[in-house]
Unconditional design. Sequence first.
Length: 525
Amino acid sequence: MIDQNLLDAVKSYSENMTRPITFVLGSGEHEKRSELVEFLTKIAGTTDKINFDAQANDDSLPSAISFAVRSHIDDVITDTGIVFSGIPGGHEFTSLILAILQAGGHTLKLDEGIQKLIKRFNKPLQFQTYVSLSCHSCPEVVQALNQFALLNDDISNEMIDGALFQEQVEANNIQGVPAVFLNGKPFANGLIDTAKLIEKLQDQFPDLLAEASDDEEQLEQQDVTIIGAGPAGVAAAIYTARKGLKVTMVADRIGGQVKDTQDIENLISVPLTNGTDLSTNFVKHLGEYNITLKEHVSVKEIGETKDENYSIHLNTGESFETRSIILATGAQWRKLGVPGEEENVGKGVAYCAHCDGPFFKGKDISVIGGGNSGVEAALDLSGIVKHVTVLEFADELKADQVLINKAKEKDNIEFITSAATQEIKATDGKVTSIVYQDHSSGETHELDLSGVFVQIGLVPNTGFIKGFVDLNRFGEIEIDERCRTDRKGIFACGDVTTVPFKQINIAMGEGSKAALSAFEYLVMQ
């Protein structure tokens, strides 16, 4: 289950630990218990900084295949609030390694402002995060909540492998991961980054957080503030930093939507890469320059100052001034907006085929959208589910012909064009059918199925600046040929703008152009 290369990596990583940690196992019997014991024993055997005694059980842990990661602070074994229920292999192995390192004293990967904010949480928050070990999005949520637990004694997080706890999955009507429960109630479902987790906490518990104190150190005035860290934002940050400007980047996460992309075959000079690798390279490239990075943070508001600069107000309570702004906030999955969609997210309605496909093994499902993302999702799902029906609103598919040809070679993929989705129906908390209208004939049809994957494009992330800069009817930021908005000193680039063709290559070029325009603006002031 765990090969020598992984064990060697654990041994190497453990050199960064400044204090020991201990695995504590739950009590009871389970068919997977011996496998978990072997797994933990091998990890503990790599270094004397990791302790494990299979006979020292803790009845307070949730199950016989649950274990806690506890830290040694001043020679006292201290609860960190981190629990794994299941064997964290697959993508979750990284979550375990980070939990070990961080409980062992390694620096947390969170912005200082975020850390201060989390420490101010003042009520017990017990998270349970249901995952699939094949889900590439789940670790981001698990790792964020584990860090929350390490920062605040009132917070805990239990990672639960849904495959090993099917009764809980069925009882909670979970059909998509990550599925986060807070204090026993549904809290979040699907891909959600640290900034969004904090925003949801602030929305749900408005009295939970105190404002940042006045004596906290604030960031000095910046020349350029870039909001967003997808391909456009990263290009803008690097170009402005190379000009010697004082640059800050504020972003939910490095990579943006690209981070969720699987194979990328059209990045010029790179025949094949993927979103994870490209995002990792973004981080490396940004690290070559003097850029203040505020990751996992979101902008609540942009204001004007008396000297015609701008003020940036963050969700951490921090604020600072900037002489110019480059908006590169990208886009997010577009919703259908039909009855039954919102209320059934995680119960049969999904937006990530790779993450949630395994929940529909052997079942009939539908993909809404016949563009590249829709046909790619159908191809991914065809190897898991029984049958895929692709519904496309237009009279013909919009995907690249090479993708259409691949899909038509699959016996279990069917295409229906001229199909306008009307409603998603569910029974007892699970999707059972979809209703669509053939808009060429006007006839209405109902298709029995267990899941609906929505792949109908993107909507720009402009909610926080609506009314501040000009937007078109689609919510995109209006820009000219130099990426200038209607406001002096504010520029925009990438998928959030009116620029046609939302592509990685184009976004990088637009980000570079916006940076050069911002530099030109600043030197002319």
